[in-house]
Design a protein around this ligand. Structure first.
Ligand code: SAM
Length: 250
């Protein structure tokens, strides 16, 4: 299976780190609050965070009372940053691709992932591997880019605008055509996989997961009013989709 590792490209990593360091970033303002609301009580739980990035979530889970947290990521840059900046006694980080999680030998009470599954070529196979790592009562809580946001390939502007440049509506391009998309945003050579909502759901169900909750991000009005240049387009399409699942029967 193809594995992209663009976060080890220095220009991309620098862009991502600067973006994450900026107080008004989409992760902290739009995505993370919803993900955190969907988490169960973490006290004593054994947690696996797939695509842990710089380790902010893993460290947060430890502060929320998790018994232990393992953060895995394909990127050497990310793992190094996480170890240097988000270490905690019960948090460990390991360089491992999500495609290879079948090599993990332990089981987890909670598996999380934040904006990583966009890069999975075979989503159903990933869901099956995750199910295999879940203890009987375990939960999977994850976010990814919303299919309405990934139905874009850089050919057209994201938005149709008024003559004065205001966003009128989002341009959804080839929603029904799934697969690899290559765009030059946020940096040249960026690749992700677009899937329809039904395809995501059917892959989870097909892999033996029971979906308990699904949410879509909506940016609070005060943020949209404060920074329309950044958040103004978010009423036209949701940016992120979230799922909470349990291990179902197969
Ligand atoms: C958008 S960042 C999110 C990072 C972190 N979860 C957060 O919320 O800040 C995507 C992360 O997925 C990681 N990633 C991409 N492809 C991966 C793969 N095949 N296996 C594991 N991690 C991967 C990247 O290295 C990067 O750290």
């Amino acid at each position: 299976m193809a594995k992209q590792n663009i976060y080890d490209r220095e220009d991309f990593f620098t862009w991502f780190r600067n973006n994450r360091d900026n107080e008004l970033n989409f992760n902290d303002c739009v995505e993370t609050p919803v993900l955190m609301e969907m988490l169960p009580d973490l006290r004593g739980k054994k947690v696996l965070d797939i695509g842990c990035g710089m380790g902010q979530h893993a460290k947060q889970y430890s502060l929320m009372g998790a018994g232990s947290v393992l953060g895995i990521d394909i990127s050497e840059n990310m793992i190094r940053y996480a170890q240097e900046h988000n270490a905690a006694e019960n948090v460990s980080y390991r360089r491992l691709a999500m495609e290879d999680i079948g090599t993990l030998t332990e089981r987890y009470d909670l598996i999380t992932s934040s904006l990583v599954f966009d890069y999975a070529e075979d989503f159903e196979s990933l869901m099956r591997s995750i199910r295999g790592l879940m203890d009987e009562d375990a939960e999977l809580v994850f976010s990814m880019s919303h299919p309405m946001a990934t139905a874009w390939d850089g050919v057209y502007d994201r938005y149709t605008r008024t003559e004065t440049g205001e966003r009128l509506y989002a341009n959804i391009h080839n929603y029904g055509i799934e697969g690899l998309r290559k765009v030059d945003w946020p940096r040249e050579g960026y690749e992700y996989y677009h899937r329809t909502v039904s395809s995501l759901i059917n892959s989870m169900v097909g892999a033996g997961l029971e979906i308990e909750e699904c949410r879509e991000s909506i940016v609070p009005e005060e943020l949209r009013t404060m920074r329309p240049d950044l958040f103004g387009g978010t009423v036209h399409k949701p940016d992120f989709i979230f799922f909470r699942c349990r291990k179902g029967q197969i």
